[in-house]
Design a protein. Structure first.
Length: 133
């Protein structure tokens, strides 16, 4: 089954119902179990922090009440699975040349899981890996 890595902006856009058409199609395929979406724990942390701060995503804020839904989605692992870096992943991380910690972690997970692409609009990630947005 094809694996895709979700970055923070993609996860927040999903929660805010503001995904671009192509990316929304990926999430719909994941809901039908046609592919697997993996969310790095760093992206979950950044997403929660954004929600706690009350920041808007594409003009829409995400309520604190949605946090319990996020935990339920991740607990079920039906559409999105939460993943961490193993020691092998940290070795991949060490060899990357990205300046930002979170970008480097996300790209390391991409390589570790041999994913098809990273779902992101981040230009730094996009110029270093296969991405969809």
């Amino acid at each position: 089954m094809d694996l895709y890595i979700i970055d923070t902006v993609a996860f927040l856009a999903y929660l805010a119902d503001k995904l671009p058409v192509e990316v929304d199609g990926l999430f719909k395929k994941a809901e039908k179990k046609q592919l697997k979406l993996l969310l790095p724990s760093i992206a979950l942390g950044e997403s929660l922090y954004t929600i706690y701060k009350g920041r808007e995503i594409f003009g829409k804020s995400i309520s604190l009440e949605k946090v319990d839904l996020i935990f339920q989605i991740l607990k079920n692992k039906d559409v999105i699975e939460l993943v961490d870096l193993s020691l092998e992943g940290w070795r991949i991380f060490h060899g990357l040349k990205l300046p930002e910690l979170h970008d480097r972690m996300i790209v390391a997970i991409f390589h570790l899981y041999k994913a098809k692409a990273i779902v992101t609009n981040d230009p730094e990630i996009s110029k270093n890996t296969v991405s969809i947005w």
